[in-house]
Design a protein around this ligand. Sequence first.
Ligand code: ZN
Length: 136
Amino acid sequence: MSEYKKPLPQVEPYSQAFWDATKQNKLLIQVCGECDSRIFFPRKQCPECWSEKLDWIEATGKANIYAFSVTYEGVEAAFRDDLPIVLAWVDLPEGIRMQTNIIDCDPDDIEIGQSVEVIFKRATDEITLPFFRPAS
Ligand code: ZN
């Protein structure tokens, strides 16, 4: 496998469980133990009530496209092979709106409301990244 040259997330103690799970093709969402808020991206404290009593649930991996845009040019060199790039906000049934890329698709076929599903791509030994693709 060639060396991964794009930016990578920095794993923090409070996000370690999330990145451990993506390596096993699982998408985790934080849940506040005090106010039951669903939280993404992983944080140290609940953004609603500041509790540090946070737990994890496994997402189904299903989502629907809330909004998207397609980029055809003008990206950093590391991303040129990915063009055209579909950047989207997707709504998860767990109550999360997540920013992601829709991959493995023809951008002309992407629609708001479309069903998508999570797919995992290994970047390095430490990091496997979640993306979404049209649901099969
Ligand atoms: Zn809370």
